[in-house]
Design a protein around this ligand. Structure first.
Ligand code: SF4
Ligand code: SF4
Length: 478
């Protein structure tokens, strides 16, 4: 089967239960953002302007568990910020598992290996030795770390830890191969760390998914290479979603300055071009999401937004109407369902009800639409069934060529930050203002949020677009 039977059945029975009860709106995935703090400062992080918070602004553990009960979504995507910074992340995962939820821990990957070492320390017995030896041999932990695991004290052995289970996935943010990914997260070495964390997770028996956002500058060939490489690491599934922007000022630029939307952001048309091969990828790789949503992304059909099915809860409450746009926060999920005028949002038959929705095709608005049959066409149920129950694509064959393709950045001496800074420090860059675009990093305080079952960077990409355009303009001019 493409996806584990237990998971598929849990989700299917949730849908059937609500269809039988004729529940008009219900939650499929809860996007839980327990905090907005992050250890990275990615260019274009969607939450950086919307929520400027720090560690003291967190959703208490009890509240996190209560909101999961309240909306009763079978799946919970724990995002943020970086959820592994949340001080009670282990207890949160344990509590959600006790509630019987499927959990996706959406992470930038940087702290994953530490959390898995904690797990190994807590469960260590002689039987753990082969795993430790393998991890050391593959340089995923050091000898010193292996010894620390072997000699863990009582506190470490009693600690609540994140254990592998069929009900949980690490969901690692990967936006491209090494050069691109490190550029986007603005830190060299993060791609390599993600790969090492994925390898370690697989050796320790965890399920691992990845999430990727596609932007205007995303190269489709690179996406394919990325899937091939991740598949060769035996990653269990991939979420891929188009980036989204709704800056009203850009709309204004179209009318006032006569610029074309595609000059500066990912339009529906461009999304469809980028996702033209999504169905083919769905055959080659374990892509999460229904085939109906894939058809929508490929431009073969329309869907109606069902943002209420993937609600977001964060420090301010239930965020409406969706993960991306904020027109208000509510104290309760039911309150949000009843008070929001949902008919104001989305795109119906190609016509945007709200101009901010015009170019949105993101999975948190439209993937549930495919599963819930909002724009049902004959054969859809069968398509979804066949996709879920069809055989799982085989891992792509590993090869040194593939590794070389994947590690195309700092590990081969092509450190983009040095390169970017050199370009930006040139007199020409000073003249055209590129330094100003880059200097945002200096003013950030590491307190952002992000993510989804897709992930972090699903929002405003204007800073990244601006930065890339200026770097590229400078290169051409030199
Ligand atoms: S996009 Fe994700 S990883 Fe990057 S700064 Fe934002 S929350 Fe952190
Ligand atoms: S179309 Fe997109 S931006 Fe608009 S409400 Fe739905 S998910 Fe949100």
């Amino acid at each position: 089967m493409r996806f584990p039977l237990a998971l598929t059945m849990k989700i299917a029975s949730h849908i059937v239960k609500h269809k039988v009860r004729k529940t008009p709106k219900f939650a499929m995935v809860l996007q839980l953002e327990p905090l907005h703090t992050c250890n990275l400062t990615c260019t274009g992080c969607g939450r950086i302007r919307e929520y400027s918070t720090n560690l003291k602004d967190m959703v208490p553990l009890e509240k996190c568990l209560a909101v999961a009960m309240e909306c009763d979504a079978p799946m919970v995507s724990i995002c943020g910020g970086e959820p592994l910074i949340y001080p009670k992340i282990e207890e949160l995962i344990a509590g959600l598992l006790e509630q019987g939820r499927v959990i996706y821990v959406c992470t930038n990957g940087v702290f994953m290996r530490k959390k898995m070492r904690d797990y190994l320390a807590a469960i260590y017995t002689a039987e753990t030795e082969p795993t430790l030896k393998k991890l050391v041999a593959e340089k995923l932990i050091s000898e010193k770390e292996a010894d620390a695991i072997r000699n863990a004290n009582d506190a470490a052995r009693k600690k609540v830890v994140i254990r592998p289970t069929k009900w949980m996935y690490w969901n690692v943010h990967v936006d491209g191969l090494e050069f691109t990914h490190d550029l986007i997260v603005e830190r060299e070495g993060v791609f390599k760390e993600c790969v090492e964390a994925i390898k370690m997770a697989k050796i320790c028996g965890y399920q691992v998914a990845t999430n990727t956002t596609v932007y205007k500058e995303t190269d489709v060939k690179e996406l394919e290479d990325m899937f091939k490489y991740l598949s060769s690491l035996e990653v269990d599934g991939h979420t891929i979603s188009p980036g989204y922007e709704y800056d009203a000022a850009k709309k204004d630029m179209v009318s006032r300055l006569g610029k074309q939307p595609e000059d500066f952001f990912l339009t529906r048309k461009m999304t469809r071009q980028k996702f033209a091969k999504i169905e083919e990828w769905g055959k080659m790789f374990t892509i999460f999401g229904t085939p109906v949503y894939q058809e929508f992304l490929a431009g073969k059909r329309e869907l109606t937004c069902t943002a209420w099915a993937i609600p977001t809860y964060n420090v301010k409450g239930w965020k409406a109407p969706c993960y991306l746009m904020t027109d208000g926060h509510y104290d309760g999920y039911t309150e949000m369902l009843t008070k929001v005028t949902w008919d104001k949002y989305g795109v119906v038959d190609g016509v945007a009800r709200d101009p901010r929705c015009e170019n949105c095709m993101v999975h948190c608005g439209y993937d549930p639409s495919g599963a819930l049959g909002t724009n049902y066409q004959r054969g859809d149920n069968w398509k979804n069934f066949a996709y879920n129950f069809g055989s799982k694509p085989k891992p792509y064959p590993a090869s040194s060529e593939l590794v070389k393709t994947a590690f195309n950045g700092v590990t081969i001496g092509k450190g983009h930050l040095a390169e970017a800074k050199a370009v930006l420090n040139s007199p020409r860059a000073a003249m055209n203002g590129a330094q100003a675009a880059f200097s945002r990093k200096e003013e950030t305080n590491h307190n952002h949020e992000a993510h989804v079952g897709s992930h972090c960077g699903t929002s405003d990409t204007s800073e990244r677009d601006e930065l890339l355009a200026k770097i590229s303009a400078n290169k051409k001019a030199e």
